[in-house]
Design a protein around this ligand. Structure first.
Ligand SMILES: CCCCCCCC/C=C\CCCCC/C=C/C(=O)SCCNC(=O)CCNC(=O)[C@H](O)C(C)(C)COP(=O)(O)OP(=O)(O)OC[C@H]1O[C@@H](n2cnc3c(N)ncnc32)[C@H](O)[C@@H]1OP(=O)(O)O
Ligand SMILES: Cc1cc2nc3c(=O)[nH]c(=O)nc-3n(C[C@H](O)[C@H](O)[C@H](O)COP(=O)(O)OP(=O)(O)OC[C@H]3O[C@@H](n4cnc5c(N)ncnc54)[C@H](O)[C@@H]3O)c2cc1C
Length: 632
């Protein structure tokens, strides 16, 4: 599935990219190692004439365990999206050659979601033609930005622009943080690392206090709005255009989610094919645990999610490229659509994979709790995806807000955006396409069911909101009264998007691939559709997209499809074409020697490097020999 990385051999021939040692690393070692890696990948890029795409794939091959992630994924994209041509000419070459190292400093100790409430100010001083940056109180300090703690020389700081006594809202400013001579913080800047996290500890997420730090007027990133020498504020685009970097990263998170769930499902499926435990027949040979229906029920959702997210990322990438090209030409027509779609899908993708990764971990039994299994570690790295670039609840609500606008248009007989075109249909004329058991094997029928459920969820919450408003509730309490249903409606829309992308992509592939391959993919797509309905059956029933009879058929078909997928399960994860060095798991090796690799990993454990531990001489010796213990 992943474009085969022709340079994989070059990458993994380097001891630096052989990951077995990482488990015992301290934070400082992880941090240093990550920087070392990115710099070496850059050298390899030059030595072997790699393209940018090769470079990006190299980073994915290393499971993003690299340095400068925010520099590459936010700082440079923010300059590209928020700076004028002159500013780009000044900063991009420096950033691209790592002569300046950047971060994206938006979140504060007191606020991450509510950007309007950010407290950092950039006050224009017309006497010196400068902005004065200030974090006025404890809650205003920047808190979380990646690479801020110890690495960044520069930050794009998001601050409230103040001219005279007027606040012109959040704007981006380029602020130098550290000396380019000796890396010491510049006057007025207090900066450091926020401390160890549950995962992702190679990254130095940081804090930043700005005490009246002065920057030239030219350091306001001025593609969308600027301040003239005489203190006039000129806005050339919607103020939401300054949120463009977040939109891009939300797209990248879908890909990140896809990459992590591919790892998880690969480990769980390969290991389950190796692991034998018990038997269903008395005295019979022990079964591969992958043959238990319950094990398939636990793992195959992650397999199907891997493919669903792959197809959805590809589709969203195309949508994004079209929108981005328009936006860069100054046409913001697609801004709302791409924001609405990517907010919801970022949330849905990260929710899905964090849930399924834990199922993958459990499916590896006790060994899944070992670091060497890597599933748990992957989960810890993946958990923040539900929070970064907007907490998932908040992102679903952004998506729901977009859906409400679309349904209002549809009801008024106006055109709606293509991804929500289903809202134009007559919801009342729906008849469930599944009228007998065998109809459940048609993915297009399932797609119709998903469409009806999403349409119904959106229409229902729109009606309830309308009702609350008409009953005298003000706008905000009507909204608060319906937040849970709004999130459900957004989830329904996102699940439909995944199903639609899966069905359409498989139909397109059917035209070019062998019938054998097509039938395997059709089966997985079908399973994805059936499983999604069963897990949210209450909502599908409530929306009357299905009835109890249909649910019974769908449940039966879901179980049948587990058995149908089983013979191809290992091939379906092998098809991810992930190198053992990418997956890094003792349990999920291509050669299937899980026990041998687990034992090798145990032998490498630092505790095992001496036969007798220091604690023996400190405590155990006297204890075992019955000697009185020294005062402890
Ligand atoms: C090359 C190799 C690279 C290596 C790396 C590999 C890949 C890396 C992949 C991933 C990297 C992950 C690293 C992540 C690190 C984390 C970074 C961060 O977290 S940065 C901080 C992110 N912060 C947030 O996301 C904050 C969330 N909050 C918001 O976005 C907003 O405040 C809000 C909740 C959306 C509300 O906005 P606002 O305060 O303006 O409120 P409203 O007045 O209600 O306005 C809402 C209207 O604005 C529209 N809107 C909102 N956002 C956008 C947008 N982004 N674009 C367009 N329009 C937007 C919204 O639709 C409303 O419109 P109307 O309904 O009023 O028309
Ligand atoms: C690993 C990591 C890396 C990060 N990197 C960066 C970075 O590089 N740069 C940067 O600027 N930031 C970064 N962040 C910060 C991140 O963007 C924020 O944490 C995120 O946007 C969520 O904001 P918050 O922490 O303020 O959560 P809060 O908004 O405080 O959320 C707390 C709870 O309140 C709920 N809530 C909040 N508002 C609403 C609402 N309007 N309606 C309903 N419920 C609501 C949420 O759903 C959540 O349950 C990073 C965070 C992490 C964990």
């Amino acid at each position: 599935m992943q474009k085969t990385f022709k340079n994989e051999k070059i990458l993994f021939a380097e001891p630096l990219f052989q990951c077995d040692g990482l488990a015992g690393f301290t934070r400082s070692e992880l941090y240093e190692n990550a920087i070392h890696r990115t710099l070496r990948i850059n050298q390899l890029k030059k030595e072997h004439n790699w393209t940018q795409e090769d470079f990006d794939i190299a980073i994915r091959c290393l499971n993003y365990e690299v340095g400068f992630v925010i520099h590459l994924s936010m700082f440079i994209p923010a300059i590209e999206r928020l700076a004028t041509d002159d500013q780009k000419a000044k900063w991009l070459p420096l950033a691209e050659s790592y002569r300046i190292l950047g971060t994206y400093a938006q979140t504060e100790l007191g606020h991450g979601t509510n950007l309007m409430a950010l407290e950092t100010t950039a006050t224009f001083d017309p006497r010196t033609d400068e902005f004065v940056l200030r974090t006025p109180q404890l809650s205003s300090m920047k808190w979380w930005p990646g690479s801020l703690g110890k690495t960044a020389t520069h930050a794009i700081v998001l601050a409230q622009l103040i001219i005279g006594n007027k606040n012109y809202g959040m704007n981006p400013f380029m602020v130098q943080l550290r000396s380019l001579e000796d890396h010491m913080p510049l006057p007025g800047i207090i900066v450091g690392d926020i401390g160890a996290k549950l995962g992702a500890n190679s990254n130095d997420n940081g804090f930043l206090i700005l005490n009246d730090v002065r920057i030239p007027r030219e350091n306001m990133l001025a593609r969308n709005s600027k301040v003239t020498k005489d203190g006039r504020y000129i806005q050339t685009s919607t103020n939401k255009a300054n949120y463009a970097t977040m939109v891009l990263v939300r797209l990248s998170i879908i890909r990140w989610a896809e990459d992590t769930i591919k790892n998880g499902s690969l480990i769980a499926i390969r290991y389950s094919a190796v692991r034998r435990q018990s038997s269903l027949q008395a005295g019979g040979p022990e079964m591969q645990v992958l043959d238990y229906q319950t094990q398939q029920y636990k793992i195959f959702p992650s397999l199907a999610a891997s493919y669903a997210l792959f197809f959805t990322y590809e589709a969203m990438m195309k949508e994004y490229e079209i929108a981005y090209a328009q936006i860069m030409r100054g046409n913001n027509q697609l801004l709302g659509q791409i924001h609405g779609q990517l907010s919801g899908l970022k949330a849905f993708a990260s929710d899905l994979v964090t849930y399924e990764l834990e199922m993958c971990r459990r499916s590896c039994g006790g060994h899944g709790y070992l670091k060497a299994s890597v599933v748990g570690e992957t989960l810890l790295h993946t958990l923040p995806l539900v929070t970064v670039e907007g907490d998932n609840t908040v992102m679903y609500l952004q998506c729901a807000r977009y859906l409400l606008k679309q349904i209002a248009k549809a009801l008024a007989g106006q055109d709606v955006d293509e991804p929500t075109s289903y809202l134009k249909k007559d919801i009342l004329s729906y008849t469930c396409p599944v009228q007998k058991g065998e109809h459940c094997t048609n993915p297009n029928y399932l797609l119709k069911i998903y469409t009806q459920r999403a349409h119904s969820a959106i229409a229902s919450v729109a009606r309830q909101l309308q009702f609350d408003l008409e009953s005298g509730k003000d706008q905000s309490s009507a909204f608060n009264n319906n937040l849970v249903s709004l999130v459900q409606a957004a989830k329904a829309h996102c699940q439909l998007c995944l199903m639609k992308n899966f069905v359409e992509s498989v139909s397109a592939l059917e035209r070019t691939c062998s019938e054998n391959l097509a039938s395997v993919l059709r089966q997985l797509c079908l399973y994805f559709g059936l499983h999604g309905i069963v897990t949210a059956s209450g909502e599908f029933l409530e929306s009357e997209a299905i009835g109890l009879q249909q649910l019974e058929w769908i449940k039966a078909e879901e179980l049948k499809s587990l058995a149908a997928i089983r013979p191809n399960a290992v091939a379906l994860v092998d098809a991810f074409d992930l190198h053992d060095q990418t997956v890094m798991s003792a349990l999920g090796r291509y050669d299937g020697n899980a026990y041998q690799h687990l034992f090798e990993a145990a032998k490498r454990e630092p505790m095992n490097q001496t036969q007798v531990p220091p604690a023996y001489y400190k405590y155990l010796r006297d204890l075992i020999k019955g000697q009185p213990l020294a005062k402890l």
